[in-house]
Design a protein around this ligand. Structure first.
Ligand code: GLN
Length: 248
């Protein structure tokens, strides 16, 4: 049976916004098609993972304090993770994890949390902690040449700058900064985004895009995924489009 090996980083620390749902959704959509999802986890004091042996590496969001706690541990693996990125392992990074793969994250109290410096962007929290980017967000991205709307929920103080290649254009919500036109960071094998939700639960097409990319890289073949019944997901999506886009 074909499988994807997934590494889930810091599930016990970056666990504030329910991003574990992304692991559940990707596992569900793999297994419904007869593929196996092998999910390993890593957190502080665990043995060093073999990052390059994974097909997908995932990390979720968290509060400034948790980011501070884990950043010293994460930085130990800077070169190993960079090698995995360069080798084409797919990275899905949500919010706090997104921030920590950049140059640094300057927290709301002004503390500098060093990032992995794998990507050039940097993040600085809005000093007024009462002002956060919070709410529903809809962006439009390009998946294999097709424009696709992606729905999520954002909750971040951090404002991210110097993005060379964005995940998508903001149709509703803030994005990388307050009232920004762009959101996230995306390359061929990286999606880093502020979208919680969990992200993949609201965006079946995006989930299947990631699955196909990982399978293609691993088995060197274009896999046609059997269509699943996404009526419920699409009903929710259409209601959100109507609520947030039509009345704009
Ligand atoms: N603590 C970071 C911020 O407030 C990240 C928040 C998150 O992961 N949702 O910007």
């Amino acid at each position: 049976m074909k499988e994807l090996r997934i590494l889930y980083l810091y599930p016990d620390i970056l666990d504030l916004y329910g991003d574990i749902g992304n692991i559940k959704v990707i596992t569900y959509r793999l297994e419904k098609r007869g593929f196996k999802a092998v999910v390993d986890t890593y957190s502080i004091n665990d043995d060093k993972p073999d990052f390059e042996s994974y097909d997908l590496i995932f990390a979720g969001g968290g509060a400034d304090n948790e980011q501070q706690i884990l950043s010293q541990d994460l930085i130990k693996y800077k070169e190993d993770i960079k090698k995995a990125v360069d080798k084409g392992v797919f990275f899905l990074l949500i919010c706090g994890a997104y921030q920590l793969f950049g140059k640094y994250y300057k927290g709301v109290d002004g503390e500098i949390i060093p990032g992995l410096e794998i990507f050039d962007y940097y993040t600085e929290a809005n000093p007024d902690r009462s002002k956060r980017c919070i709410g529903n967000i809809i962006i439009e991205t390009n998946l294999d040449g097709e424009k696709v709307k992606v729905i999520g929920f954002e909750n971040h103080c951090g404002q991210t700058y110097d993005i060379k290649s964005t995940f998508g254009q903001v149709l509703f919500g803030n994005g990388n900064k307050f009232n920004d036109s762009s959101e996230g960071y995306m390359t061929d094998n990286v999606i880093a985004t502020y979208l919680h939700g969990p992200l993949l639960s609201k965006n079946p097409e995006l989930t299947d895009f990631i699955i196909k990319k990982c399978l293609k890289r691993k088995y060197n073949e274009d896999v046609e995924l059997e269509k699943l019944d996404d009526n419920f997901e699409n009903l929710c999506r259409n209601q959100l489009f109507e609520r947030f886009l039509e009345n704009k």
